[in-house]
Ligand binder design. Structure first.
Ligand code: EPZ
Length: 417
C-alpha cells in the first residue's frame, strides 16, 4: 500500500502554480459527450477522478486522447446509454453524465454513484429537476433508467438548495431542450461559470452563470470547441494553508484570486500577510497563527466546505479556540479523529467542531479518510514535530496532482513510498 511520509517542521517558501480545477474538468468532460463532435479541453488535471471520467467517455463510445494536460474527445458516435456500474462507483461526478446523455440521446442508465463518503449525498434534486424537463425515471435492478420519450422540454425549475451537481445536470440537459429553462436557486460556483463558458463556446445559450438564476435557451445542436479549464481554487487554498502552518512565505501564480476571496480575510485574521496581483497570491505566515472566532461553510461565495478540513488542521495549531460549522455535508469531520492522533484538541458536536489550538503537534501514523480530509492530514503533518505516515492516499490523488512534488519544491520533507 502506498503512503506519504512527512517529516514536519520545514518552512515552505518559493513559488508554485496549481493544476486545472477538478470540479470544472469533470462536468466539462461529461459535456463533451453531449456535443456530438470534437472538443479540445486544455488544463485538464492529471487526477484519478479525471481518469475515471475519461474511462466513462470511452465506455460510452467516445474517442479520447490525452496529451499532457490537453484532452481531446470525439463524441460523434455514442454506442451506449449506460455508465457501467464499476465506473459509476469510481466517483460521485459520474452522475453528471446523466444530463449529458439525456441531452444527447434522450436516455441514460445509471447506478449508484461512488465518491467521498462525506454524507448521504442523495440525488433527489437531480431527479426532480430532470423530471421537470420531461424525463421519466424508473428504478429497476439497482439501476436508474432515465428516458425523455417525447424529448426534453424547457421548464421553470427552483432547486430546494443550490446543489452544484443538480445545477450542472440541468444545464447539460436544458441547453439542447426545446424552449427555455429558467433555473432558480442555481449554484453560483466558479465551476458552474466554467461549464457555462464551455457550453456557450459550443453554441449553447446559457445566461446568468454565477448568479442564482440561470436562463437556458435550448438550441438544436452544438458544435466543436476548445476550452481551458480554470485553475483549481481548492488546491490553491489548500497549499496556502500548508504555508500558513509552517511559518511559510509562498507565491501561487496563475490563479484567480477572486475565486478564493472569502478565504483571504480569514487568513489575514489568522495573522498572515496576503499580497495580491491579478493572477497570483502571496502568503507570508506569522510565527504562530491566531484563532478565528467562527467559520461556517456555505455555498459559493461563502466559505467552501472543500477547505473546511485543511482549515481545521491549520486552526489546530493556532493560538486560541476557533469554532467551525459544517453546513454542507453531514459527515465531513472524519479527519478529526486522525488530527487527535497528532495531539490536536478538537471536539465535535453534530455540525460544530470546537478547535482549541495547541502549541505543537507530534508525528503519528494516519489514515486519509477522504480527499480533503486526506489533504488536511498533510497540512497537519507538515506542521507537526517528527515523522508522520499517511496511508490510504489514493483519496488524495483524486483531487491533488503530485502534491509531494509541489510541497518538496517548496522545501517540505515529504516522500511518496
Ligand atoms: C460538488 O459536489 C463538488 N464536487 C464537491 O467537491 C463540493 O464539496 C460540493 O459540490 C459543494 O461545494 C464536484 O463538483 C465534482 P452538491 P456535489 O450537490 O455536486 C445535498 C471535493 O472535495 N444534495 O452541491 O455532489 C448534498 O447531500 C468535492 O472536491 C441533496 O440533498 O454537491 C449536500 O449536502 C467533494 N440532494 C448538499 O446538497 C441532491 O440531489 C450540496 O451538494 C443533491 C445534493
Amino acid at each position: 500500500m502506498e503512503k506519504l511520509v512527512i517529516h514536519g517542521g520545514n518552512r515552505l517558501t518559493g513559488e508554485m502554480s496549481v493544476h486545472g480545477s477538478k470540479n470544472s474538468a469533470l462536468p466539462i468532460l461529461a459535456a463533451t459527450a453531449l456535443t456530438g463532435c470534437e472538443s479540445v479541453i486544455h488544463n485538464c488535471p492529471r487526477l484519478s477522478d479525471v481518469d475515471a471520467a475519461i474511462d466513462i467517455l470511452k465506455s460510452l463510445g467516445c474517442k479520447v486522447n490525452r496529451e499532457n494536460d490537453t484532452v481531446t474527445v470525439n463524441s460523434c458516435c455514442l454506442e451506449n446509454d449506460e455508465v457501467p456500474a464499476p465506473l459509476m462507483q469510481k466517483m460521485r461526478s459520474s452522475v453528471i453524465f446523466m444530463g449529458a446523455m439525456l441531452g444527447r440521446n434522450g436516455k441514460a442508465v445509471l447506478s449508484a454513484p461512488g465518491g467521498c463518503e462525506i454524507g448521504l449525498r442523495p440525488i433527489d434534486m437531480h431527479i426532480s429537476a430532470v423530471k421537470a424537463l420531461g424525463v421519466s425515471v424508473t428504478n429497476e435492478d439497482g439501476r436508474l433508467y432515465f428516458t425523455a420519450e417525447n424529448g426534453l422540454k424547457g421548464a421553470k425549475i427552483t432547486l430546494p438548495f443550490p446543489s452544484v451537481g443538480a445545477t450542472e445536470n440541468v444545464m447539460l440537459a436544458a441547453c439542447v431542450a426545446k424552449g427555455t429553462t429558467v433555473l432558480d436557486n442555481a449554484a453560483r460556483e466558479p465551476e458552474i461559470t466554467d461549464l457555462a463558458d464551455f457550453l456557450n463556446k459550443c453554441g449553447a445559450r446559457i445566461y446568468g452563470a454565477g448568479d442564482s438564476t440561470l436562463i437556458i435557451k435550448g438550441v438544436n445542436r452544438l458544435h466543436p470547441a476548445e476550452h481551458t479549464v480554470i485553475p483549481d481554487r481548492i488546491a490553491a487554498a489548500s497549499y496556502l494553508l500548508c504555508a500558513a502552518v509552517t511559518q511559510g512565505n509562498i507565491l501561487i501564480n496563475e490563479i484567480t484570486p477572486k475565486h478564493i476571496a472569502v478565504l483571504l480575510p480569514v487568513l489575514q485574521e489568522m495573522g498572515c500577510i496576503i499580497k495580491l496581483s491579478a493572477n497570483s497570491v502571496r502568503l507570508v505566515a506569522p510565527a504562530r497563527l491566531s484563532r478565528v472566532e467562527i467559520l461556517r461553510t456555505m455555498p459559493y461565495p461563502g466559505f467552501p466546505t472543500d477547505i473546511q478540513a485543511p482549515m481545521t488542521a491549520a486552526l489546530s495549531v493556532a493560538d486560541g479556540t476557533s469554532v467551525m460549522i459544517e453546513n454542507i455535508f453531514e459527515s465531513r469531520y472524519k479527519h478529526i479523529s486522525e488530527l487527535l492522533k497528532l495531539g490536536a484538541n478538537i471536539s465535535v458536536e453534530g455540525r460544530m467542531a470546537v478547535i482549541r489550538g495547541v502549541p505543537y503537534l507530534s508525528g503519528a501514523l494516519l489514515r486519509a479518510p477522504d480527499l480533503r480530509g486526506g489533504f488536511a492530514l498533510i497540512t497537519a503533518a507538515l506542521a507537526a514535530r517528527g515523522e508522520s505516515e499517511i496511508t490510504h492516499i489514493e483519496h488524495i490523488y483524486r483531487g491533488y496532482e503530485e502534491p509531494e512534488h509541489i510541497l518538496e519544491s517548496l522545501g517540505a520533507d515529504i516522500k511518496r513510498i
